[in-house]
Ligand binder design. Structure first.
Ligand code: 13P
Ligand code: SF4
Length: 341
């Protein structure tokens, strides 16, 4: 690996007593989820990223699955996919650094095309986004003439450009019902489509994409957790298989799962989703005990403080979308954003 690789990007600041004091309130908040021996590595990077953000007039958007040092240490705006898309629209700064995966950075660019949008690691993909191509969507249109095609936001701009409207896990039922027709195709997440189908009178035709993180959860595993932890509440993401959702007390997008914990303050909770989210939520809900089956998203975990610093220093990696693709893709996202909240 070359020495100027983002993995080696280091801060020019040392972990001094002054820096320790400056960031002491942040570490106090994060100490339950970040070991003391890691803090001297993170603190100078956090300090430098926050300074560089001001210098470059940049904002950092971070998805709920980012690690706590990113989520709580450098992010200006955090949220689920829908919140991040909406927030990207209103950014006035010159630069948006997207701490999430590639489709999220593309969505930010679609929503605010005049801004420089950076993704700290170009390899931060998504198994759902990779499961479908524009050609697949064209084939579905031929197979089901006249049936509207909804794309989950976890797709490339090129796939969005072929679809009628976008949706996220927080508004999929509303989007499917908004067409006022009997049948709608929802791509690419097979489980999300099945879970939406169970909540609406509209027939939802599925594709065969899967999230490599959520497909691994099983109903049996959840039953074992329930048997092992009396009073355990289980909340799950709708990318999980339907039988997993059947075992859950609540299902919703990452933002709705967080809200559920904040509102209900359960004594014990298991969040059936990517595991950094439990850390991020635990920091702000100290009375709640989190049971953690740890399924990591390898793509989300490609974003690090080192490559965020590198992104801001060297303007890497800029998201560029072919204008011919961007216009129809933007329409699909804007139709979703225009729905009443
Ligand atoms: P949310 O929109 O619920 O944040 O989901 C995004 C995602 O990639 C979940 O795996
Ligand atoms: Fe994609 Fe699943 Fe990772 Fe979300 S958790 S980014 S859906 S692979």
């Amino acid at each position: 690996m070359p020495l100027d690789h983002p993995a080696f990007a280091s801060s020019q600041t040392l972990y001094s007593p002054a820096l320790a004091k400056e960031l002491a309130p942040l570490y106090e908040k994060l100490k339950s989820v970040i070991p003391a021996m890691e803090w001297p590595i993170f603190a100078p990077l956090i300090h430098e990223i926050n300074a560089l953000k001001k210098e470059r007039n940049a904002v950092i958007l971070a998805h709920n699955y980012q690690t706590p040092e990113i989520f709580h240490g450098v992010a200006d705006i955090v949220g689920d996919s829908l919140q991040l898309a909406r927030e990207a629209m209103g950014v006035e700064a010159d630069v948006i650094v997207q701490c999430g995966v590639h489709f999220m950075a593309e969505t930010a660019k679609l929503m605010n095309p005049q801004k420089t949008v950076l993704l700290p690691d170009q390899g931060a993909g998504c198994s759902l986004a990779e499961s479908i191509t524009p050609e697949d969507v064209r084939t579905l249109r031929q197979l089901h003439p006249g049936v509207p095609i909804v794309t989950y936001i976890n797709t490339s701009a090129a796939v969005k450009a072929e679809c009628d409207m976008c949706c996220t896990s927080s508004n999929a039922v509303q989007v499917v019902e908004s067409f006022g027709v009997d049948r709608v195709i929802l791509v690419p997440d097979e489980y999300l489509a099945q879970n939406v189908n169970a909540q609406t009178a509209v027939e939802v035709i599925a594709f065969n994409g899967r999230c490599e993180v959520h497909e691994r959860f099983s109903a049996e595993e959840l039953r074992e957790y329930r048997a092992g932890f009396t009073g355990l509440k289980i909340i799950a993401h709708p990318e999980c298989p339907p039988e997993v959702l059947d075992e859950a007390d609540f299902a919703g997008s990452t933002a709705s799962m967080i809200k559920w914990v904040q509102d209900h303050q359960p004594e014990k909770v298991l969040m059936v989703t990517e595991c950094s989210m439990s850390d991020n939520v635990a920091v702000e809900n100290p009375e709640v005990n989190f049971v953690r089956p740890c399924n990591l998203c390898p793509h989300m975990k490609k974003i690090t403080l080192q490559n965020i610093l590198y992104a801001l220093r060297y303007n890497r990696h800029e998201i560029i979308i072919d204008p011919q693709v961007a216009a129809p893709a933007r329409r699909a996202v804007e139709r979703m954003i225009a729905l009443p909240v």
